[in-house]
Design a binder for this molecule. Structure first.
Ligand code: ADP
Ligand code: MG
Length: 370
């Protein structure tokens, strides 16, 4: 591609105003860009650190056009942005990540078929529709039924032991097809962030090892303890994805590692990823700065991890508990997204600690029963 850089103080518009938008905005502001946010919630996390907010729904075409007119380029912080609405802006503003990346990653079935078509290994899956003959899906059981659109943090997913349970959750595939995925007995869940910079150089952040609590990410440990064989597969997968997608912006790649050291891709996120938050304090270039540099066609220095890191998500009331503990933890890099409402399992903040001593000091977070 090799396009001309878009330099500060140009204005970057971010569609979506959650914590990813907030940390993107902070990186962009540090570099001297102006930042505008489009989000329906007044004073959302990203708007708190940006120059202006347009309060509107993500698919409000008039509002999107207004944002486009004020910005040199637009980016999105989540994949459930209306493709139809964005298509109407094609001639008004630059959309460096492109519409194809969004079209692939906002539909689980399209995404899995894209992976399959590019010989990137996935968990065995099959499409489920209202007309599917359920006697043929035994090979995918026990499994997980997942909606193809709109799912996140385990929303839109149910564990399935037998075909009767599939019928019991028919609401998941009445409007649009769902997928049934075999439940995988993985030994590790890992992820990487990857991007291409303004010179089309691929950059891959270190591998994170992730633990979930009720389908929501709880901790990421970096670097992941993986064999060279696993690390090689991850590099090959991430590089192939960056090239095949003509990638701009950061792509998060969630993967499973099996007992025989095969790496399977679980899902893709066309934006910075929760498991990459550690990069703010532990690396020379954070995933957020990397994203901003990529979409503005700037180069990125070879990535360097300064110290190992542990990132802990603060879900629901855990934020309040952590706040009360803050005075006992000088080693915590404490992040509070400034969300107005505490809800169970909602991502409200995170803590990063860097260096082996601080990780050991905080390793009770790694217990899955916490
Ligand atoms: P989400 O969009 O909610 O992140 P994922 O597909 O990543 O959806 O699923 C959330 C989590 O559920 C995963 O990170 C993993 O822990 C678990 N999970 C998902 N699919 C499988 C599977 N096929 N086998 C085992 N665990 C799975
Ligand atoms: Mg996921």
């Amino acid at each position: 591609m090799n396009k001309a850089p878009i330099l500060p103080p140009a204005t970057i518009g971010i569609i979506g105003g959650g914590q990813l938008g907030q940390m993107l905005a902070q990186s962009a502001k540090t570099m001297g860009y102006h930042v505008g946010i489009l989000d329906p919630i007044p004073d959302c996390p990203a708007a708190q650190v940006s120059d202006f907010q347009i309060i509107a729904a993500y698919d409000d075409q008039v509002a999107l056009k207004k944002l486009a007119n004020k910005c040199a380029l637009l980016t999105y912080e989540f994949e459930n942005v209306s493709l139809i609405a964005l298509e109407t802006l094609k001639n008004d503003v630059s959309l460096p990540q492109g519409l194809r990346l969004l079209a692939i990653t906002q539909n689980r079935l399209v995404e899995k078929n894209f992976l399959r078509a590019n010989d990137i290994p996935t968990v065995p899956f099959t499409e489920i529709q209202a007309t599917t003959d359920l006697t043929t899906v035994g090979a995918y059981l026990p499994g997980i039924l997942k909606t193809t659109v709109g799912g996140y943090d385990g929303h839109g997913q149910v564990d399935i032991a037998n075909t009767t349970m599939i019928t019991a959750h028919a609401q998941l595939y009445q409007q649009a097809p769902a997928i049934l995925e075999k439940r995988l007995a993985f030994v590790q869940e890992i992820s990487v962030m990857v991007t291409q910079d303004g010179l089309d150089q691929v950059h891959i952040w270190p591998i994170a090892e992730n633990k979930h609590e009720q389908h929501v990410l709880k901790t990421s440990l970096i670097p992941a303890q993986v064999s060279p064989k696993v690390a090689l597969q991850v590099t090959q997968i991430a590089t192939k994805l960056a090239k095949k997608l003509d990638l701009r912006g950061v792509l998060g790649v969630e993967m499973f590692v099996t007992a025989d050291e095969q790496v399977l891709v679980n899902e893709l996120a066309p934006r910075p990823h929760n498991s990459g938050h550690y990069s703010i304090e532990a690396m020379n270039v954070s995933q957020f700065e990397g994203h901003i540099r990529s979409i503005t066609n700037l180069p990125i220095a070879p990535l360097k991890l300064y110290q190992p890191a542990l990132m802990v998500n603060l879900l629901g009331e855990q934020l309040t508990h952590a706040r009360n503990e803050l005075s006992h933890h000088p080693e915590w890099h404490f992040h509070d997204y400034g969300k107005a409402q505490i809800r169970p399992l909602r991502k409200l903040g995170h803590i990063t600690v860097i260096g082996t001593n601080a990780i050991n000091h905080n390793k009770n977070w790694l217990k899955t029963d916490k």
